[in-house]
Design a protein around this ligand. Sequence first.
Ligand SMILES: [Zn+2]
Length: 245
Amino acid sequence: MKKIVLIIAFFFSLTNIFGQTNEPKLKISHLTGDFYIYTTYNTYEGSKIPANGMYLVTENGVALFDTPWDTTQFQPLLDSIKLKHYKDVTICIATHWHSDRTDGLEYYKQKGIKTYTTKLTDDLSKKNNKKRAKYLIEKDTIFNIGQYSFETYYPGQGHTEDNIVLWFNKEKVLYGGCLIKGAEAENLGYLGEGNAFEYETTLKNVQKKYPDPKYIIVSHHNWNNINSLKHSIEMANELKRKNRK
Ligand SMILES: [Zn+2]
């Protein structure tokens, strides 16, 4: 009997420690090879919205793409990565100035992680009192980290003025951030700082430059449907026509 009580108490303590048996605050999913998607959540207009970022495990540490939207998860993400891969995050790149991408930049900078945004993102972060990176990318740049290589690409205005995408040529992974919406998305989401007229052209620039992605990672929807970019272009086309009337 005592044993059973102890076991029950143990499971209850687990539930309390993590407090996330049913609703984890941080979810990590394997994408392909050394690529992983991490998801945190926040409430937007009354509903719980997921925000996906990505990380890549290399011989030279872990590269993090965007920071958690849930500000309580900056350290848990680092801890989970360490526990899972026995490696530290060494570099972090944020893909536009909104909080769901940049909020952790300062925290990670203090941890000694090399944080990057574009110069344009930094200007907007400064203007809007957002967290800023230590290093700035002046133009589209190729990064070499460990055995991996990827490039940053600024396709023009869309979700925001400064949104960039990342391309991993060998693995054909297109990291679209908030610029690209999921194949099931009903609209292009928050456009308060977006560009309804340029959005379609910007997405078409991405499609032209990277015509054959194997994976397209989007911020707020499932990333398992390759039609996300095509669907986003259709929505952007509609948006443009609506705005013209
Ligand atoms: Zn977003």
